[in-house]
Design a protein around this ligand. Structure first.
Ligand SMILES: [Zn+2]
Length: 170
């Protein structure tokens, strides 16, 4: 009986280590590319860009139209602020002071913040932000909607959350 105490303490420690490992594993599943030593600071997409586009089309029950130009996706780490400001200032009515996730109607560009820490803190992944902005692209280019409509933001959030629950946090 004397031995049971240290054994249970050891057992508890092992359980704790396993629990911690699972937490770490879960994080690495969510952001698999962050494990790479050269890209520690940058978030990376899990799938090719077209995957996010097709996800949104399916959700909105629309079909692809090859005559509508596909948006260019630009990552914040590879983009200068002036380009972002020029693309968004008229649409937003002010000049943004940093690059954030956004769809520019004027330039048909999707900007993505690829700072891994940002998503880590928010407990989200960059992929669902791309789904959100891709939804705005489709609302604008496919459906010709005015993006100032609040309902369109709600729809973009809903599709984003659906993607997130399926792919970012299994
Ligand atoms: Zn939005």
């Amino acid at each position: 009986m004397n031995q049971s105490k240290p054994q249970s303490a050891l057992y508890f420690t092992r359980r704790l280590i396993i629990a911690f490992s699972l937490i770490l594993l879960n994080v690495s599943i969510c952001r698999p590319t962050m494990a790479s030593p050269q890209t520690e600071q940058k978030a990376h997409l899990l799938f090719p860009i077209e995957t996010y586009f097709h996800f949104v089309l399916r959700e909105k029950k629309l079909i692809e139209n090859g005559t509508i130009p596909f948006p260019q996706v630009l990552f914040s780490s590879e983009t200068n602020l002036a380009q972002f400001q020029n693309a968004l200032k008229d649409q937003w009515g002010f000049t943004p002071d940093q690059i954030t996730n956004a769809y520019s109607i004027k330039t048909n560009e999707i900007y993505l913040l690829d700072d891994a820490h940002y998503y880590e803190k928010q407990n989200t992944c960059m992929d669902d932000s791309l789904v959100h902005e891709m939804t705005h692209y489709i609302q604008s280019r496919y459906q010709k909607f005015d993006l100032n409509d609040e309902m369109l933001e709600i729809e973009a959030i809903e599709i984003q959350q659906k993607f997130r629950s399926q792919f970012c946090h299994p």
